[in-house]
Design a protein around this ligand. Structure first.
Ligand code: ATR
Length: 271
């Protein structure tokens, strides 16, 4: 029987993960089955126990269970602990191992797919929720020149930055109305695009030739991407991050890294 994996979420019907992992399995000749698993909002732990009992080898975790998954794992990777959230679980040897490939997926998309280095860059990170937290350590590891975290609720940005101090990369926090200066890479990690809104980022924040990336994706560019494009920035949605986080999860489970270009192009053409 194929090794079984799934993505657990609520809702989960929209998830592209089964399609992405099926493409990776076909490409690498790995015999896996990957499904969607809808967990009741109050039943994530029970769902997890049931998957382990059925012999599943691992699972991805999506909204709204990533934080709960980090509390149920018996072991956490450093990056999952830093993120306070888990998007990838591995089951085996009586352990539930939690990892977080979202941040590394974003870094891979920026470096490999967009062809933009993060080293020595001025980064503006918009948002200070779970998604922003998961991005911080992978960004810091790339040795950018600085990271400014701006958030609607200023205090949340301050506490996020405080929890990542001491890594040798200058970090600062502010409210949206305090954003000053120009940035090489601007990442919208708020959930504002879900409401067809955008953070009130000043036009001057986009340095000439900057990259503006929204971690959300949809059939049309987000308001943030449209605004950034009007300022001359190169824009990118979160589809590449989605594919790259999946590739990183696949590599953790199967011990080999799939190529991502074909599936990313296919998903883009389907949009
Ligand atoms: P996620 O896991 O997607 O990060 P979250 O932890 O609820 O979800 O965080 C949502 C983030 O988007 C927060 O930074 C939130 O700002 P607040 O801390 O002020 O709540 C931000 N956000 C949500 N809607 C927004 C909007 N319409 N404009 C700007 N920021 C928004």
């Amino acid at each position: 029987m194929s090794d079984r994996y799934c993505v657990i979420g609520n809702p989960v019907a929209h998830s592209k993960s089964p399609q992405i992992h099926a493409a990776f399995a076909a490409q690498t000749g790995q015999d896996i089955a990957y499904e969607r698993c809808l967990a009741p909002l109050d039943g994530f732990a029970a769902t997890l126990r049931s998957l382990v009992a059925q012999g599943y080898k691992g699972a991805n975790v999506t909204v709204p269970f990533k934080i709960e998954a980090s509390t149920l794992a018996t072991r956490l990777s450093d990056r999952a602990r830093a993120a306070g959230a888990v998007n990838t679980l591995g089951f085996g040897g009586g352990e539930i191992v939690g990892d977080n490939t979202d941040g590394p997926g974003l870094v891979a998309d920026i470096i490999k797919n967009a062809g933009v280095a993060l080293a020595d860059k001025r980064i503006l990170l918009l948002g200070a929720g779970g998604a922003a937290r998961g991005i911080m350590l992978p960004f810091i590891e790339q040795r950018p020149r600085s990271i400014l975290v701006a958030n609607r609720t200023r205090a949340t940005a301050v506490s996020l930055v405080d929890s990542f101090a001491g890594h040798g990369v200058p970090l600062a926090a502010c409210g949206f109305d305090e954003i000053d200066g120009a940035y090489d890479i601007v990442v919208n990690a708020t959930s504002s695009s879900l409401a067809a809104e955008m953070p009130p980022v000043p036009a001057a924040a986009f340095a000439p030739g900057s990259l503006a990336l929204d971690i959300m994706y949809g059939s049309a560019p987000s308001p943030f991407m449209n605004f950034a494009a009007e300022q001359g920035a190169r824009t990118r949605d979160g589809l590449g991050m989605l594919v790259e986080q999946a590739a990183e999860a696949f590599a953790l489970w199967r011990g080999l890294r799939p190529a991502t270009d074909d599936i990313l192009n296919n998903l883009r053409n389907l949009k």
